[in-house]
Design a protein around this ligand. Structure first.
Ligand SMILES: [Zn+2]
Ligand SMILES: [Zn+2]
Length: 449
C-alpha cells in the first residue's frame, strides 16, 4: 500500500463489500505501473531482428531518422521522457496495460492498417453544433457570437439566431442533412483538419458535411450530475458504419456534445470500433466552460442539441481538440496506448492527465505511424512547425489562436535542430548508400504539404 488514503479506503470497503468494491480493492492491491527502462524501450522501438521486412525498412531510413528513433533508449534524451505516474488516479495506475512494441504492431496490425491507394483517407464527420471562431477573430459572425460564453442555456438570443441565419443560406435544399454551421464554425473544423493533415502527413483528411443530431437518431439523455445533454455513443457508431466511404481508413464523428456509452456510465470521452473502423469522440469535456453552464435545466428542450450556445474557441480548447483527435485516430491505425513514454497516445483518466500528454507521438509510436503512412520525419515536423507559426497562415483560413501551441512549437524547433545535426564520428553506423543530406530529396517524397 502506498498511501494513507488507500488504507482508509480499504478499511471502509471491508465493512460490507459489493462486487464493484471488490474490484476496486483488487485494483488497489494489484501491482502498480513501473516505468519502462532503456532496454525495454530499445526493444520496443527497434524492429524484431528475425523479421526481415521491417528490419530492412529500418536500415533504409535516413541516418538522422534512425538517430531520432534511438532517442527512445537514450537515458539522457532532451526530447522524450519515460512515462511516470504522477497522480493516484492516472490511467495506468488503474488500468494496467502491457503496451505494444513496434514489432508487435508490425506483425499484427501493419498489414491491415497501412495506407495504400485504395485506402488513404481519414473521414471526419462533425455532429451537432460547433463553436464559432475564436474571441479575437474579426469576422462578423465571430463578433456576433462572442458573448455566448455566458449563455444561460436558452436557445434564443443574438448568437444562435445569427447561426440560424447562416444556416438558411448555406443549407440550401439539403434535407435536414446540413448543419447549422456558420462560416466561423467551419473555421474550427478547418483548423482541426489542417492539424490532422500535418500529423498524418501524406494521408488525405476530409471533413464530411456536418449532420444534425436528429439525423443520427441516437438516444439522448440529460446527465444527472452535469445537467448537460449527452448522446449515446453506441448509436452513433451504428449510424457511422452505414456512412463509411469505400476508400476510408476510418470514419470518425466529432462533436461538442457530451457522450455516454450505456446507462450505467457517467460519460465517455470517445468510443471506437477497430473492427468497423468507426469512432466518435467529444470535445465537450475539454471546454473550460463545460461545467459552468447553469444547472437548472428542468425545461431543457431537445432543440438545444441542434443549436447549442457555445463559447468561442480558445487556444487551449483547440490544442485539446487536436490532441484528442490525433490520439483517437492513431487507435484507428491499430496502435495501442503507449506505456513507454509520456506520449500523445497514453491512456488518460482525466482532463488533467490528457493535458499532461505531449502533442506528438514518442519515437516508438511514431515509428509505427511512419510505417503505416510513409512520411519523412523532418518534413512532417516542419509541417507541424508551420501550423504553430502564425505568419505561415495566409489567405483562405485565418490563423487559429496559437498561444497554447507555443511549448510544442519550441519543442519542434529543437527536434528539427536535432535532425539536422551531424552526428559525431563513430556514433553512427550508417547503412550503405543511405546518407542523403537532410535537405535534398526529402521534400519531393511528400508533396501534400
Ligand atoms: Zn485511447
Ligand atoms: Zn508512445
Amino acid at each position: 500500500m502506498t498511501s494513507r488514503s488507500e488504507s482508509a479506503r480499504i478499511r471502509q470497503l471491508l465493512q460490507g463489500l459489493t462486487e464493484d468494491e471488490i474490484l476496486e480493492l483488487m485494483r488497489m492491491i494489484s501491482p502498480k505501473f513501473a516505468p519502462a527502462d532503456a532496454e525495454t524501450r530499445k526493444k520496443a522501438v527497434l524492429p524484431d531482428p528475425n523479421e526481415k521486412k521491417s528490419t530492412k525498412r529500418y536500415e533504409n531510413l535516413k541516418a538522422a531518422e534512425r538517430r531520432y528513433f534511438a532517442e527512445a533508449y537514450n537515458e539522457s534524451s532532451e526530447l522524450w521522457k519515460p512515462l511516470t505516474i504522477e497522480d493516484e488516479s492516472d490511467w495506468l495506475n488503474n488500468h494496467p496495460e502491457s503496451g505494444q512494441t513496434f514489432g508487435e504492431w508490425f506483425t499484427k496490425e501493419f498489414p491491415q492498417h497501412r495506407v495504400n491507394r485504395q485506402r488513404r483517407t481519414i473521414y471526419i464527420l462533425p455532429l451537432g453544433p460547433f463553436p464559432p471562431g475564436h474571441a479575437g477573430q474579426s469576422t462578423a459572425a465571430a463578433g456576433a457570437t462572442a458573448g455566448a460564453s455566458t449563455s444561460t442555456g436558452e436557445t434564443e438570443g443574438g448568437a444562435s439566431s445569427s447561426a440560424r441565419g447562416a444556416t438558411g443560406g448555406a443549407a440550401g435544399g439539403a434535407e435536414g442533412g446540413a448543419s447549422p454551421s456558420s462560416r466561423t464554425d467551419k473555421v474550427l473544423l478547418a483548423w482541426l483538419q489542417k492539424f490532422c493533415q500535418c500529423f498524418f502527413l501524406g494521408v488525405d483528411v476530409k471533413f464530411l458535411d456536418p449532420v444534425r443530431v436528429r439525423e443520427v437518431r441516437c438516444r439522448t439523455r440529460i446527465n444527472e450530475h452535469t445537467k448537460q445533454w449527452q448522446l449515446l455513443s453506441k448509436d452513433i457508431l451504428d449510424y457511422l458504419v452505414s456512412k463509411k466511404p469505400r476508400d476510408a481508413i476510418c470514419l470518425v464523428a466529432v462533436t461538442m456534445l457530451d457522450l455516454y456509452p450505456s446507462d450505467s456510465w457517467n460519460f465517455v470521452f470517445g468510443q471506437a470500433s477497430l473492427v468497423t473502423g468507426c469512432g466518435v469522440f467529444s470535445f465537450a469535456r475539454y471546454d473550460e466552460n463545460f461545467y459552468y453552464i447553469p444547472r437548472d435545466r428542468k425545461k431543457a428542450k431537445k432543440s438545444e442539441l441542434e443549436e447549442f450556445n457555445m463559447p468561442p474557441v480558445t487556444s487551449v480548447l483547440l490544442l485539446r481538440a487536436c490532441k484528442v483527435m490525433t490520439h483517437e485516430l492513431c487507435h484507428m491505425f491499430g496502435m495501442k496506448h503507449c506505456i513507454y513514454f509520456s506520449c500523445c497516445i497514453n491512456g488518460s483518466n482525466s482532463r488533467d492527465e490528457s493535458d499532461r500528454r505531449p502533442v506528438d507521438l514518442c519515437p516508438v509510436c511514431l515509428r509505427k505511424l511512419q510505417e503505416a503512412v510513409d512520411f519523412r520525419l523532418a518534413v512532417r515536423f516542419r509541417a507541424m512547425l508551420q501550423y504553430c507559426t502564425k505568419e505561415s497562415w495566409d489567405s483562405g483560413v485565418p490563423a487559429p489562436p496559437l498561444e497554447a501551441f507555443e511549448p510544442f512549437k519550441k519543442w519542434l524547433e529543437k527536434v528539427l535542430v536535432f535532425l539536422e545535426e551531424t552526428p559525431a564520428a563513430g556514433n553512427e553506423t550508417p547503412a550503405a548508400g543511405n546518407e542523403t543530406p537532410a535537405a535534398g530529396n526529402e521534400e519531393s517524397s511528400q508533396a501534400s504539404n
